[in-house]
Each structure stands twice: as C-alpha cells, then as structure tokens.
Design a protein around this ligand. Structure first.
Ligand SMILES: NC(=O)c1ccc[n+]([C@@H]2O[C@H](COP(=O)([O-])OP(=O)(O)OC[C@H]3O[C@@H](n4cnc5c(N)ncnc54)[C@H](OP(=O)(O)O)[C@@H]3O)[C@@H](O)[C@H]2O)c1
Length: 295
C-alpha cells in the first residue's frame, strides 16, 4: 500500500504553476532553458506543476518531460499534477469529430501510463479527472485509480470542475480520499463563493485548487485602474499580488494555479500569497469585480 497521506500541496503551498500555456513560450521550448526556469521556481519554493494531457495537444507534458530528461536531478524536486478525461474534437478519430469526455476506466488507466512517459516521472503526485462525465461509471473508475495508487504510479487522486454532488458520488465509490477539486475561482469568477460551493469544499475537506486566479489576464477589465492604484498605495501590492492575496484569504486557503510563466509576475504572485488584505479592501475589490454593491 502506497503512502497516500503525504500530499504534494499543503495549506502552506503558496501557488501552483500551471503549464497550460507552456507551448506558447518559444523561449522555453529548449529543454535546457525550461530546466533553468523550473530550477529557478524550485529555488523560490514553488515545486508543484499543473499539467493535463490536452495542454498544447500533448506538447506541454512532453516539453516538461524533455526538460527533466535533460536535467534529471530536478525530477526528485518537482511534484506534478496531471489530468485526463477530455477528448478535443480534433483528437476524436471517429467520423463524429466531437469533443467529448472519457472518464472511463481503461482510458484513464492508459492516460496515466502515457503521462508518466511524457512527463518523465516515476510517479504522478496528483491525478485528476479533468471534467465531470455524465457517463462516468464511478465504481469502475475508482478501481482503476486505486490500482494506479497501489502500483505506485499515482500518489493521490482528485477531481477538476466537479460540483459537490459529483465529487461525493465518486468519493462514495472509493476508499481513497479525493484530495482536491481544481476549479475556476478568482476576482473575475466569484459565483462559487455565493452558491454553497465554497462551504462544500470546507465540509468535505477537499482542497480547492483555483484555476485562472488572475482571470486569464482580464482583471483590469473588471477592476478600474484608479481602484488598483489606491489599493496599491494602501498595501504596496500590484494587481497580480492583490488578486492572489484576495484568493488566499478565502476560508480553506485555496491554492491559486497561476498560468503566467513570467518570472516577475510569478514573484509578485508569491508576494501576494504571503500578504493579507484589510477586510474592507477585500470587499471593495469584490464589489468592483462583480459590479454589484454588497447587499
Ligand atoms: N482544470 C481546468 O479545467 C483548468 C482550466 C484552465 C486552466 N487550468 C490551469 O490553470 C492554470 C492557469 O490558468 P490561466 O493561465 O488562465 O491563469 P491566470 O494566471 O489567471 O492567467 C495567466 C495569463 O494571464 C496573463 N496575465 C496575467 N496578469 C496579466 C496582466 N496584468 N497583464 C497582462 N497579462 C496578464 C498572463 O500573461 P503573462 O504570461 O505575460 O504573465 C497569462 O497569459 C493553467 O496553466 C492550467 O494549469 C485548469
């Protein structure tokens, strides 16, 4: 039986580094360059890298694996999350050519093996089902994930974009804890704070990994420059740091999965993760982002 209690992210994990945009950075496609970038993040205390089989149509996992192959000493220092279960239309080899979900036992078992090869790691730290699949046969899927954990291929499992009743149904079918749900949360996406989703994470002890914490770069469309500059005067935090501090202040301490690969922006985000906003400012940012006065 593998150790499933040692998590790759803890409440202290300030940020997770999202790899969805890696293939858009030509300066990082050389394995040695990417290895240097990874080493610099590790030296800053950031060691969790978030992947999925579909990022860059498979290129992102492969580029990351090439960097680890070029610098094998990094392998033991990194923790990887990866996900599978989505088949984009272009990868559907049937005449239907339709985007669809395959949270099927065999498919996920094969995806785990493939990811281990692409990423060049001996074990995936955290494996997630990428999207809830209405055709999911929970007991069968649970068995294949349990087998992957028993075989040492995966350390722990979780889900992504699941609603509470969707993760609870899977949890009912497995003896393994679901350690996290990776779903959208930021100043530009606040609905889950008001519909019971936040409280469901807390009740079930499932950690929230918040994707697109900087709103995919669209924060400035929601929060006017004068508010950002007043907030900066009061706190010393720029837009990036404010967005991350705002997120980390939510009960349960969601872990932002940041998509920037710009070292300066990542450093600002890290600063934000270690900062606390005054409660009135937290609400002022919320009000502005929602364009709705607090009731
Ligand atoms: N589970 C899921 O279904 C799911 C879905 C989506 C994403 N994810 C994960 O979440 C990660 C993060 O997603 P994301 O990339 O959308 O997150 P994000 O951190 O909100 O956005 C990052 C993007 O915004 C840009 N940006 C941020 N602040 C900016 C500013 N002030 N001015 C201009 N551009 C700015 C960044 O550009 P620079 O590079 O120039 O900084 C980068 O392109 C992904 O890599 C992936 O791992 C998961």
């Amino acid at each position: 039986m593998q150790d499933t209690t040692a998590t790759g992210f803890t409440p202290e994990t300030p940020l997770i580094l999202g790899m969805m945009r890696l293939h858009n950075h030509p300066e990082l496609t050389q394995p040695a360059r990417l290895a240097d970038w990874v080493a610099a993040r590790l030296d800053e205390g950031l060691n969790v890298f978030d992947h999925a089989d579909i990022y860059g149509a498979g290129q992102c996992e492969k580029l990351f694996g090439d960097a680890l192959r070029a610098h094998p000493t990094l392998t033991k220092r990194v923790r990887v999350i990866t996900k599978a279960g989505i088949v984009p239309a272009v990868q559907d080899s049937t005449p239907w050519q339709v985007k669809h979900y395959r949270a099927e036992a065999d498919y996920l078992g094969n995806a785990i093996d493939k990811a281990l090869g692409s990423l060049s790691v001996e074990r995936i730290d955290t494996f997630l089902i990428h999207r809830p699949d209405p055709l999911l046969q929970a007991a069968e899927v649970a068995r294949v994930l349990e087998d992957a954990v028993s075989a040492g291929k995966v350390r722990q499992i979780g889900v992504s974009n699941f609603l509470p009743e969707q993760w609870r149904w899977l949890a009912r079918n497995t003896r393994l804890p679901l350690v996290c749900n990776q779903s959208q949360l930021s100043l530009t996406h606040t609905t889950p704070l008001f519909d019971g989703t936040l409280e469901a994470h807390l009740t079930d002890g499932i950690r929230w990994l918040a994707w697109s914490p900087l709103g995919g770069g669209n924060l400035a469309e929601r929060i006017p420059a004068d508010l950002l500059s007043r907030a900066r005067e009061e706190t010393g935090l720029d837009e990036t740091a404010l967005a991350i501090a705002w997120l980390r202040q939510i009960p349960g301490t969601p872990v932002p999965v940041i998509g920037s690969m710009n070292p300066d922006r990542i450093r600002c985000a890290l600063h934000g993760a270690r900062s606390q906003l005054p409660r009135p400012l937290w609400y002022r940012l919320l009000e502005s982002a929602r364009n709705m006065a607090v009731a």
